[in-house]
Every structure is written in C-alpha cells, then in structure tokens.
Design a protein around this ligand. Sequence first.
Ligand SMILES: [Fe+2]
Length: 187
Amino acid sequence: MAVLTLESLFEIYAQEGQQDYIGEPVSQLEHMQQAAWLARRAGASDALVLGAFFHDIGHLAAPEGAPRMDRLGVLEHERLGADLLRACGLGGEVAELVELHVQAKRYLCFARPGYADRLSEASLGTLAFQGGVMDHEEAAAFEQHPRFRDILRLRAWDEAAKVEGGEGLSLDVLRELAEDYRRDHGA
Ligand SMILES: [Fe+2]
C-alpha cells in the first residue's frame, strides 16, 4: 500500500463517518470519538487513545466490493484498518491495537461467563464471521500477548461508546495526537 497522508485518514471520517454504526444508535464517527474520549478519560496512553479512535476505520475505508458480514460491516475490517494506519505512518502500537480488537471479543466470550449474553445484537452477529468464541489454547496464547490488557481496555471502551448524544473527543485533539504519534513513531 502506498504511503498516505494523515489527512487522508481524517478525510475518510469526514466523508464516510456519518454512516450508521451497524445497528447502533450512533454514527461511526460518533462511536469512534466516544471510544477515544473514554480512553482519554481513563488516563490511557496516546497510542491507546488513537487505537480507540481508529479501531473501526476499516469499516469506513473498505474498497467497494470488499467482502461483508451480511449487513454487519466489512469482513476483516480490523486487518484492513491496521494496514491503512501503517500506510499512514501510524504503525506500531496503534495499528496493532486496531488489528487485535476483534480478538478481544472472541477472548472475552470464552473467559467471562455471561459476556456473550450482554453483547449487542450486531456484535453477536459478527462474532461468527470473526472465528467465533476462542478455544482454550487460543485464549491462553492471547493472554500472553504483550498488549493483552490494553486490548481488553479498548474493547470495553468500544462497547461503551454507543450512547446517543454521548461525549466524544474532538477531531482537533485527535489530529494533534496523530501528528505527534506519527512524528515520534511513524514513517
Ligand atoms: Fe467499534
């Protein structure tokens, strides 16, 4: 993938962000701004705040004709999003968190009894497309991942960021965080 500008990422939000967040009462953009705001409020690192903001960008950035999970968004949106972020100089931790955020749901369905019952209909609907509930071995391997705790935190913000009229982190703040991160870690 060619190297893209950071601005091209924010353009995607400007152009596509008003789409519904697959069956939830907020737009895609509101959802991701809310997730970033929750991360910031929790005192998370800048990389984690950015991971929360960009976690679903793959849903918005998918090329036309990309395989979909019925009406529940783009298949493998986490990988698509992570590749896009890397192409924009937001590799390393940010891209990694985005790439792994779906695994957190698969893990939690295995590790926390009753977790799957509390998932929204859309979230539950996508689970089957994403490999279903982790088995014992997958879960044990996932627990060893260096970003294990951060991914679970991101997942909690993701789930909480579906509130109509909820507070979101401003795009100006996010742009600044992304620029700083890219300068310090990116290409
Ligand atoms: Fe999400």
